[in-house]
Ligand binder design. Structure first.
Ligand code: UD1
Length: 365
């Protein structure tokens, strides 16, 4: 008989991590039966459904429909609904990815019901506990039974926290699996041209971290610096950021209509990766984009004081940035004086099969 594995997906960055695992189980495992659970944290079509289509995922088997709200609302809502599901369904294993609220909420439910939990993308640490994701990472890693890591720094973090060696499995970067599978087709599109831009003639901006966008004065300061950048910038605006911009009428208030900054709606996976693959530089506070740009060898400026993905700085194309440092860094990129970087070990598109192999052995025991 097959063993049921709940795959938990909640928010945009989860979908490209779950898709390759779902596929590896569906196509490559006699033992594991994936059951796709969407908690509903992201619910707009362009934040959720379009990714299921682009990544070839079927509709979720179960949709918990929790939606947005404060962190306590989201976490408590997911826990109540997910506990009901686990009691009825009794999965053999629960697999969570990344560091969003549902990652932690569903891990807590499963572990208290003595259902094994495995965490994909374990061990990343920014050491910044003001980041909600850092709390989610710490809690999830403290209770998970297997910790699948993307890089040696993650292994070292877990060891330093006293995690037994046998629980740590370095399998590589799961997000890169989706990128490897789709990049050729994404490159061929001409999404950038739709916005009047030329190959390598523009930058892409994404900002959604609470520390950058929740305080209007901080966001305004960032937008004004971006408006002065000597390169057209395309900015697909996250709903969280859009809410603050609209509330303060920032485009008009900062005179951004006349700048080289173009604000657009969030895009699907293929369209967005087309923009990334052809851009000159990336300006972001996202976690995943630091990794995707390292893989694609695109210069990346991360507008944060720290990163849980230091390997993208040490080996890849990433640098941290502040509003003060950003103009100089952009100038260096435009002058062609940026590091080329290299792709870290095991970021090869084969992480999902490695995860499946470990899980088959784990469940056979
Ligand atoms: C969440 C994750 C973050 C991840 C990000 C990617 C946590 C703690 N944060 O942050 O790690 O990088 O997703 O997007 O889990 N909204 C919509 N439509 C949507 C989704 C969100 O309007 O489809 C609105 C929400 O109602 C809310 C705001 O955007 O007002 C923020 O959404 P939320 O999921 O709470 O956090 P994110 O900032 O997206």
């Amino acid at each position: 008989m097959k063993q049921n594995v709940h795959l938990i997906a909640a928010a945009r960055p989860n979908f490209m991590k779950i898709a390759p695992i779902w596929r590896a189980m569906t196509e490559g495992s006699e033992i594991l039966e994936p059951i796709l659970i969407h908690t509903g944290q992201h619910y707009d079509r362009n934040m959720s459904d379009v990714f299921f289509e682009d990544l070839g995922l079927p509709a979720p088997d179960v949709h918990l429909g929790i939606g947005g709200g404060t962190h306590a609302h989201q976490v408590a809502g997911v826990m109540l609904k997910y506990e009901e599901l686990c009691l009825a369904d009794r999965p053999d294993l629960v697999l969570v990815v990344g560091d969003v609220n549902a990652t932690m909420a569903t891990s807590l439910v499963a572990t208290k019901l003595h259902i094994p939990v495995v965490h994909v993308e374990a061990g990343l640490r920014s050491r910044d506990r003001t980041m909600p994701e850092e709390i989610n990472r710490l809690v999830t890693d403290a209770i998970a039974d297997i910790l699948f890591t993307p890089s040696p720094d993650a292994d070292a973090n877990l060891r330093a926290e006293g995690v037994p060696e046998g629980k740590i499995k370095r399998v590589g970067n799961i997000m890169i699996d989706s990128l490897v599978r789709t990049i050729a087709k994404a490159r061929e599109l001409d999404v950038f041209a739709r916005y009047g831009l030329e190959d390598r003639g523009y930058g892409v901006v994404t900002l959604h971290r609470p520390s950058n966008v929740d305080d209007p004065a901080t966001l305004e300061r960032i937008l004004r610096v971006l408006a002065d950048v000597d390169l057209p910038l395309l900015f697909p605006v996250h709903p969280r950021t859009r809410a603050v911009m609209d509330q303060h009428d920032m485009v008009t208030a900062c005179g951004l209509e006349r700048s080289g900054l173009q604000f657009i709606e969030p895009l699907g996976y293929y369209d967005f990766m087309n923009l990334v693959a052809h851009c000159r530089l990336m300006l972001t506070d996202s976690g995943g984009l630091q990794e995707e740009t390292t893989f694609l060898k695109i210069p990346c400026l991360t507008l944060r004081p720290n990163t849980e993905r230091p390997i993208t700085i040490e080996q890849g194309t990433n640098e941290l940035a502040t509003v003060e440092s950003l103009p100089g860094q952009v100038a260096r990129i435009l002058a062609g004086k940026w590091k080329e970087g290299r792709v870290p070990d095991l970021w090869d598109g084969e992480t999902a099969p490695r995860i499946v192999a470990v899980l088959e052995e784990f469940l056979a025991r």
